[in-house]
Design a protein around this ligand. Structure first.
Ligand SMILES: C[S@@+](CC[C@H](N)C(=O)[O-])C[C@H]1O[C@@H](n2cnc3c(N)ncnc32)[C@H](O)[C@@H]1O
Length: 220
């Protein structure tokens, strides 16, 4: 049994946002603080470090933690050829420009939590210019400093990022139940003529419901 250390506030915020996601990729996991916490709290974690010595230190920090695996490589390249997909990625504790460079290679459609230590404006502008969409935003007050954090998704037209799907609610434990209810309600109204926008809403919300049903059965 691992000792459960409490997290510093900026990482506690990130961990809280990861709660709905079963498999977390912690990019640039450093000493493995967040990775270990997440693994101890029911997540599967893929923790990465850029260099071989960094990965060795991380492996040691996560030793005896069966829910965490360590991969070495630059940013998301460490996750290439990985058999299993991940539900959310975290890129925390670095400067804004470094985070921006890393997330520019994030997979389409996967939420990414970014938490810069400095350079947040450059990060934010860069994310907007690179067609990321904001899912949620947070601020953390820690030792007289404020740290922003965002959850963003890299999406383009081809990926059908759908602003109708309220994924910013996805961290709430009732999100799947609420989604299901919205969808059922929409389906019950099929007797009357639907407007095109209602039809689109039903289609996208139906896909999200299916996605969450899949997740629920996987984690059961
Ligand atoms: C200050 S630590 C932060 C560790 C942890 N994420 C946190 O928030 O406490 C930054 C880590 O990111 C790693 N890093 C920097 N650039 C990276 C990259 N391109 N790919 C993977 N890791 C990287 C560094 O080696 C370092 O261990």
């Amino acid at each position: 049994m691992h000792r459960r250390r409490s997290l510093e506030p900026r990482l506690a915020l990130v961990a809280d946002w990861c709660r709905p996601y079963a498999v977390v990729a912690d990019i640039g996991a450093g000493g493995g603080q967040l990775s270990r916490y997440l693994a101890d709290h029911g997540h599967s974690v893929i923790a990465t470090e850029r260099s071989a010595p960094g990965a060795a230190v991380l492996r040691q920090a996560l030793a005896g933690c069966p829910s965490a695996v360590v991969r070495q490589g630059d940013g998301f390249q460490a996750l290439r050829d990985l058999g299993r997909p991940f539900d959310v990625a975290v890129v925390a504790g670095m400067g804004g420009p470094t985070i921006l460079r890393i997330v520019s290679e994030a997979p389409w459609g996967v939420p990414v939590v970014v938490q810069p230590m400095q350079g947040w404006r450059a990060l934010r502008q860069g994310l907007a210019a690179a067609a990321f969409r904001w899912v949620k935003a947070g601020l953390c007050h820690q030792r007289d400093r404020f740290y922003p954090a965002w959850m963003v998704v890299r999406a383009d037209e081809g990926q059908r990022f759908e602003p109708l799907v309220p994924r910013e609610m996805a961290c709430h434990p009732e999100y799947p139940a609420w989604l299901e209810r919205e969808w059922q309600r929409g389906m019950r109204s099929t007797r009357r003529q639907k407007t095109p926008s209602e039809a689109v809403w039903l289609e996208v919300i139906g896909e999200e419901v299916q996605r969450w049903r899949g997740k629920t059965s996987l984690s059961d």
